[in-house]
Design a protein around this ligand. Structure first.
Ligand code: PRP
Ligand code: ZN
Length: 292
């Protein structure tokens, strides 16, 4: 009997991407049991297992073929020297943040040259170094393994270079963001090693499901009644929709039902404009799954 091949995907053990990764895998249909050590999840219904690791380790695990796939932030890919050999499959539209330079609130910052001669605390020395070189700034980077935001208060550095998402960490530490080095989000990545036909077919299926999940997130199904004479106007008001379905309404020759899939969120303002254009019985439904 053939021993069945299984795909292995590495995700961040605990951090900004963890919950969103599990949500994505669940939405792709994966059911799993979590091992006793909490570091390995066995896929019960798909040949796909999840390995929970430190996010800095993901590029090496994927490159060295220990894992076929990984979900990792661009921040890690940009920083890690091994990353250029890794294949990027999809931007996943979550884990959005940016790597920025921040200075104390009272610092009169105008331009990169103002950083000359200062110490910059960071956990991203490679990314910082590249940016300093590009801007011709001679500053000293101080590599820390965490808690970068308190370095200025401790006197270890004058400014910092760290990830910013909501900005609340900066505010809490009386720092202000002055330069953005890059924007980041989570990516699905793949080993550069060739996969077996079996594994490649499953990666393709997974990708198709992921595309569906990403599209569905902002999509809504909208249903309404419209006077026939206002149809043209109403169609233009439906946000990001493909050609709508028009259905007759029994006993009403001057009104029809309009059903449309909208690839954008539908806001109250849109509904109000539709109503003003003559629509009634407006209903907006979430979309659960989509296979283009
Ligand atoms: C980053 C960064 C800040 C925080 C910023 O840390 O180092 O601490 O996120 O987020 P905010 O702008 O929403 O406040 P992360 O959570 O990635 O983990 P770490 O602190 O362990 O590096
Ligand atoms: Zn942090």
């Amino acid at each position: 009997m053939d021993k069945q091949e299984r795909l292995r995907i590495a995700i961040q053990k605990s951090g900004r991407l963890t919950d969103a990764c599990f949500d994505l895998l669940k939405q792709c249909g994966l059911k799993y049991t979590r091992g006793k050590d909490q570091l390995y999840c066995y896929g019960e219904n798909l040949p796909l297992d999840v390995l929970l690791v430190r996010d800095d380790d993901i590029p090496d695990l994927v490159r060295e073929d220990v894992c076929d796939l990984g979900v990792v932030g661009e921040n890690v890919l940009n920083e890690h020297p091994a990353s250029h050999s890794i294949e990027r499959l999809r931007a996943l539209e979550f884990g959005k943040c940016r790597l920025s330079i921040a200075v104390p609130e009272s610092f009169p910052y105008r331009a990169p040259q103002d950083l000359s001669g200062l110490r910059i605390a960071t956990t991203y020395p490679n990314s910082l170094q590249r940016w300093l070189q590009q801007h011709g700034v001679a500053a000293q980077s101080v590599t820390l393994s965490g808690s970068v935001e308190i370095a200025p208060r401790l006197g270890r550095a004058e400014v910092i270079c760290d990830l910013v998402s909501t900005g609340s960490t900066l505010i809490a530490n009386r720092l202000k963001e002055v330069e953005t080095i890059f924007h980041s989000q989570a990516w699905l990545v793949k080993t550069p090693q060739p996969l077996s036909d079996f594994k490649a077919a499953w990666v393709a299926r997974l990708l198709q499901r992921i595309d569906g999940v990403i599209r569905v997130k902002e999509s809504k199904y909208i249903m309404l009644h419209a006077p026939v004479h206002a149809l043209a106007k109403i169609k233009t008001l439906l946000p990001g929709s493909e050609s709508p379905t028009i259905l007759p309404l029994e006993g009403q020759s001057d009104r029809v039902a309009v059903h449309a899939l909208c690839h954008e969120n539908v806001f109250w303002e849109t509904l109000e404009s539709l109503k003003a254009a003559g629509a009634s019985a407006l209903l907006v439904l979430p979309v659960e799954k989509m296979l283009p």
